[in-house]
Design a binder for this molecule. Sequence first.
Ligand code: MTE
Ligand code: MO
Length: 202
Amino acid sequence: MPDPTEETRLPPGQYVPRGRPVLHYGRVPQFRPESWNLSVFGATASGEEIRFTWPEFSALPRASVVADFHCVTKFSLMGNEWEGVSARTLMEAAPPDAGVTHVMVWGEYGYSANLRLADFARDSTLFAMELDEKPLSSERGFPVRIVVPHLYAWKSVKWVRAVEYLLADRRGFWEERGYHNVGDPWREQRYAYQEDPGDGPP
Ligand SMILES: Nc1nc2c(c(=O)[nH]1)N[C@H]1C(S)=C(S)[C@@H](COP(=O)(O)O)O[C@H]1N2
Ligand SMILES: [Mo]
């Protein structure tokens, strides 16, 4: 039975597809737990890079978030139950400098997405390791993807390897290729030409 609330939960222009599409650019990376690490670099409070090994990262306290997920190509995935480490928890373990305004989230192979610090620091922003009570599948970002459910899904970087604290905004992978710098699906911020002054770097 479709959930009757789904329609009111859909941002403008989105639809609920059959099945649960998987979408990304390029290949699915292999996870090597011995060499994997997650780096927090750029404008950290200490000025030093902070690296988490797999045992360290996976031991951080967990949180869960139930949220819908909206791809700019117009499909939405409804009611995903994510579990992982909240962005807030990561910020406590690896604090930013007081001047940080934005964050660049880096995936394998150089994929990236920029976020305003306030979007990164939302309660619902999670470094997810599980979806619907199972470990993420390889193609959904195993072992860790960020989930930023209130923004278009290209910001939800799969196979996360680094977080870069920024003192000024900089465009990520799709933001450099014509997509909106902020990407709020409720305001249908799909493309860069829709940006208002202040939405993106000068
Ligand atoms: N590393 C990486 N993460 C990525 C992408 C990508 O190409 N590479 N594509 C994004 C896009 S456009 C979407 S819609 C979602 C799709 O997530 P899903 O495969 O779990 O549906 O992943 C996002 N995260
Ligand atoms: Mo997407």
